[in-house]
Design a protein around this ligand. Structure first.
Ligand SMILES: *Cc1c(COP(=O)(O)O)cnc(C)c1O
Length: 384
């Protein structure tokens, strides 16, 4: 009976918890019992498990994904006025920390099919002041890292991967090698916000690198710039993953690949339902990356998006707009650098994307229900 009335959600953390309850409860209880709430054994063992899973030499846990990006940029000794290139179409945090450190965010457009940063646009935006590139693996599929790394090497730039939406995704190089998202650039940064593919039950984040010296520096910055207890070598910050969150993540990491498979099953069903419909564009899949479907995002072609969203909501189907406003149009990023029309792809995506429910607990029958409602709405709300 309960199944029949179960509310459709963008992300269903409650069902996931109920499935993992015995393991999660036990892991949390262990922390309550030993009472080492900060830097407990769970934090070390999760960092080591994640490092093994990713194939990254060093994993430094921190308080959230935004801090991860900020600490990464601090560790690279970027200075006020240095330019950092990133995508105009992303969550605000990516560009926010660039501005917060008084670096200059240089926004560039994205590809219409994958939503990831346009590599030619990166190269065009490079100046003598450019110090770093921050590709975002948006919605769960890697940006074109091999080409980005080639450009970065040529111009001697750091690459900070924003992996908040793509943890576990594999990037495939042309020679057949592959590497996990976040382990290809200089530093990878991720978030464990509850709704992310690997989410905890509060806030959390992590930074990955293969560079020993950078890892030492990152650890120090995340811990008040402290090299030895009560000895502070530089101004840092206080950014920690607590033991309870690490305990939850330690359990969920074991299921990350199975979760990605379940997300792909749902995405394949959505694709099948929508492909060939000329009013809808399904997410493009690329040869150089698999997809872990943090979001399943459609691009609408001449459909009244607001009406469609209201129509779906009336049927009990949530839908979200990630993201409605390009960063360059946000007041916080207003700059003489940009004018309307500079990033036509991002501007058009912001006006036409819609993300559907996507999570590992999504049943095939629910995907079918959502798909037929979307198709019905599309027929109803075509723009003249
Ligand atoms: C979620 C997210 C972040 C920030 O993570 P928090 O843990 O919320 O600080 C950064 N970048 C992207 C692309 C994200 O999706």
């Amino acid at each position: 009976m309960e199944q029949a009335v179960k509310k459709i959600q963008m992300v269903d953390l409650k069902t996931q918890y109920n499935r993992l309850k015995p393991e999660i409860d036990e892991a949390i209880k262990a922390v309550l019992d030993h009472a080492i709430f900060i830097n407990g054994p769970e934090v070390k063992s999760f960092a080591s498990d994640l490092s093994q899973y990713l194939g990254a030499k060093h994993v430094i846990p921190c308080a959230n994904g935004t801090d991860a990006l900020q600490i990464a940029m601090m560790a690279l000794d970027l200075r006020p006025g240095d330019e950092v290139i990133t995508a105009d179409f992303t969550y605000v945090a990516t560009a926010e920390v660039i501005g917060l450190l008084q670096l200059t965010p240089v926004l560039v457009d994205v590809y219409p099919g994958t939503f990831d940063i346009d590599v030619d646009a990166i190269e065009k935006a490079i100046t003598p002041r450019t110090k770093a590139i921050v590709p975002v693996h948006l919605f769960g599929q890697c940006a074109d890292m091999e080409r980005i790394m080639t450009i970065a090497k040529k111009h001697n730039l750091h690459v900070i991967e924003d992996v908040a939406q793509a943890i576990g995704a594999d990037y495939k190089f042309k020679d057949g090698r592959s590497g996990k998202a976040g382990t290809i650039g200089t530093i990878g940064c991720t978030s464990f916000f509850p709704s992310k593919n690997l989410g905890c039950y509060g806030d959390g984040g992590a930074i990955f690198t293969n560079d020993e010296n950078l890892a030492r520096r990152i650890r120090m910055i995340a811990n008040h710039g402290q090299s030895v207890q009560y000895v502070h070598d530089e101004i840092g910050c206080n950014s920690r993953l607590d033991s309870i969150q690490a305990a939850v993540l330690g359990v969920k990491l074991k299921y990350l690949d199975a979760f990605a498979k379940a997300r792909n099953r749902a995405a394949d069903l959505y694709d099948k339902a929508f492909s060939g419909n000329k009013f809808l564009r399904i997410p493009e899949r690329v040869s150089y990356s698999n997809h872990v479907f943090h979001q399943y995002t459609l691009v609408l072609n001449r459909i009244d998006r607001e009406q469609l969203k209201i129509f779906l909501e009336a049927k009990g189907i949530p839908a979200m707009i990630y993201y409605p406003i390009p960063l360059h149009s946000q007041k916080a990023f207003s700059s003489d650098r940009y004018k309307p029309g500079d990033f036509p792809v991002t501007e058009s995506l912001c006006a036409s994307v819609i993300s559907l429910p996507m999570h590992p607990e999504l049943e095939g029958s629910t995907v079918a229900l959502i798909s037929s409602a979307v198709l019905e709405g599309v027929e109803k709300f075509k723009l003249k």
